[in-house]
Structure formats: C-alpha cells, structure tokens
Design a protein around this ligand. Structure first.
Ligand SMILES: O=P(O)(O)O[C@@H]1C[C@H](O)[C@@H](CO)O1
Ligand SMILES: O=c1cc[nH]c(=O)[nH]1
Length: 324
C-alpha cells in the first residue's frame, strides 16, 4: 500500500503533520486529546504503531478515516481488513496491497482500508490502553472528524451459549464498578467507562432474523486476568470452590452482566474521555455458567469470530450509504 513507502522514511527532523492545524471552529469538531503538553511538543512519535508527526503527514495519510476497528489478534484484524475491503468495494491504489502499516513497530498490526482502520490490540487493559492513546492521538493529528471506534472481540458469556454476540451497555471493573482506575503519580485516577447506547442499539438492530446467532445488549465485566480474575477453576492456581465461582457469576448475571472479557473498561473510558462514539461487540466462546475450558473446534471459533465483524460491517456499509 502507498502508506508503506512513507512509513519507512528516515527521520528528517521536521514535523510533517500540521501539528496545531485548523481553525478554532474546526478544532472544536475534532478529537479532544485533553493534554496541554502535546501542544507544546514540536513533534509527536506514536512509537508503538510506528508512526509520527516527524515522519509522516498524518492528515494526508489518515484524514479520511471514519471507523477504527480493534480486536485482539493480528490475524483477526488482517482478516477483517480483507473482509471489509470486499464489503465496501475498496480498491487499493494501483500496484499496492493491504500492508501492515505498523509492522516495523513489532507490537500491533494495522491495516487501512479506505475510511476504515483495522488494528490489533493484544490482550488486556495495558496493551489496548497504549494503543488507544496512540490511536486517539493519530485521530487528532490527522484531524479526523467524529470517528467511531469498535472493539470486535471474543468473550465468555454469562448465561449465553457460545457463538452469540454481546454488545456492551456499560463496562465494569473487577470490583463491579463502572470505572477505569489507574494509579497516576501514586494516586488513584478514575474515569467512567461509558459506551454509546444509541450505537449499541443501532448495531443490535442490524442482526437479521436469519443470522445464526442472538445479539444481546448487556453489561460487560472487564477482568485483568483470564483465569482467577474471571473466576475460572482451571488456572495454575485457585483458592476458591466451584460453589464460590457459580455464586459470583450468578451475582454478576443478576446485576445485568452478560459477558466477561479483558479490555472493556479502558476502551469505554478513553473513548468517552476523548468524545469518541464507541461500541464493544464480542462473540461468546462459551457459557461460563457451564464451564471454563474453551474446547470448541478451531473452525467453529473462526466462524464465530467473524460474527461481530459482520455486524460492524453492516453498520459501516449503512453509514457509507452502501447497500447491504
Ligand atoms: O479481542 P480478544 O479476543 O483478544 O478479547 C478477549 C479478551 C482477551 O484479550 C482475550 C483472552 O483470550 O480474548
Ligand atoms: O472466557 C473468555 C473468553 C474469551 N475472552 C475472555 O477474556 N474470556
């Protein structure tokens, strides 16, 4: 892809992106980075995604972005890039292919498909948190107006069998609070983990009667661990009984929680703080009330993982006025 050749450019010590660009009116429409220090920096390196205002004209390269789609694995996000390319009929510039823009950062994979970015975020809050800071700054530097962020993920269902979709209404941390908490300068910083309820409803309504899954809107518990942090009995260590586990999951279910994953609180908190509309669309890999081990077949999981992609693709096509 054209982007690739620009990305390999050596540093030329001049800021290529118009860092403070735009009129006051235009600035109001843009992403809120809420960091006064950024304005004073001559250049900004987005280290983990291998981009920077010093190296590229980020507005020229990314100014047309409307949708940022994130998911855990590079393979899933590459697959989504190719899927959405076909769905929206995107034709890469002559002689180019879909390249991993962030390959040389060796952390995340990112593919640009016209107005869509498809990016892998790794596992857990710290990994997606670093990416979110850099993606939000990328939107800011590129002067993108009103982008929509999606997390296209997998999760454990609570009272929901494998293969169904849960769209997050509210994200809760491991203590059951709707916040993302982070120690900052030795003190607790807390931000509300809010998601866009209209967007969630729009996505749910795109489920078709013939789809082989149900879509539920519910609260999501965001754990900092896959095993003990999610009340599993099959980790290397466990100091609670099966009855304790079921009591905990039943309590969550009574509180409206329908799934557990590992990124929701920071995804909700940072997008909300930036004024970005966002949704989390996850497929359940199992019903945690019935077990802990993920023993569906690889083929089954691949098909299930494509389901949130289909829903998000329908939304993107509608927004781009492309027929389904
Ligand atoms: O988007 P993915 O499938 O990576 O999300 C969930 C939460 C963790 O990152 C991971 C655990 O298996 O899957
Ligand atoms: O049970 C599950 C399945 C996928 N991802 C999780 O975090 N938990």
């Amino acid at each position: 892809m054209v982007l690739q050749s620009n990305i390999s450019n050596p540093c030329n010590k001049k800021c290529k992106s118009q860092f403070h660009g735009g009129t006051e009116a235009r600035k109001k429409e843009l992403i809120h980075v809420k960091n006064p220090h950024l304005e004073r920096m001559p250049c900004d390196t987005l280290y983990h995604i291998h981009l920077g205002t010093e190296y590229q004209d980020l507005q020229a390269l990314f100014g047309d972005i409307k949708f940022v789609c994130m998911g855990g694995t590079p393979a899933r996000m590459k697959e989504f890039a190719h899927f959405i390319k076909n769905e929206i009929g995107y034709i890469p510039p002559y002689g180019t292919t879909l390249e991993d823009i962030s390959k040389l950062g060796h952390r995340y994979s990112m593919f640009k498909v016209g107005p869509v970015l498809s990016v892998s975020h790794g596992m857990g809050v710290p990994s997606i948190g670093i990416l979110l800071h850099e993606m939000i700054k990328l939107m800011y530097h590129a002067q993108v107006k009103d982008p929509v962020f999606f997390r296209i993920g997998t999760c454990g269902g609570i009272g929901i069998e494998g293969g169904n979709i849960v769209i997050t209404s509210e994200a809760l941390n491991g203590y059951g609070e709707p916040n993302f908490d982070l120690p900052v300068l030795g003190k607790k910083m807390s931000r509300p983990a809010k998601l866009d309820s209209n967007l969630a409803m729009d996505l749910k309504n795109l489920t078709l009667p013939e789809d082989p899954w149900d879509t539920t809107i519910g609260k999501t518990m965001c754990a900092d661990d896959f095993y003990e942090g999610q009340g599993r009995l099959d980790g290397a260590f466990c100091e609670y009984s099966e009855a304790d586990k079921i009591a905990y999951l039943t309590k969550l279910h009574k509180n409206g929680v329908r799934n557990i994953e590992m990124e929701a609180v920071i995804f909700g908190a940072l997008t909300h703080h930036a004024g970005i509309r966002a949704a989390i669309v996850c497929v359940t890999l199992l019903n945690r009330l019935n077990g802990d081990q993920i023993n569906s077949t690889r083929e089954e999981r691949d098909e299930w993982q494509a389901r949130p992609q289909k829903l998000v693709s329908r939304y993107i096509k509608n927004q781009l006025n492309l027929s389904s």
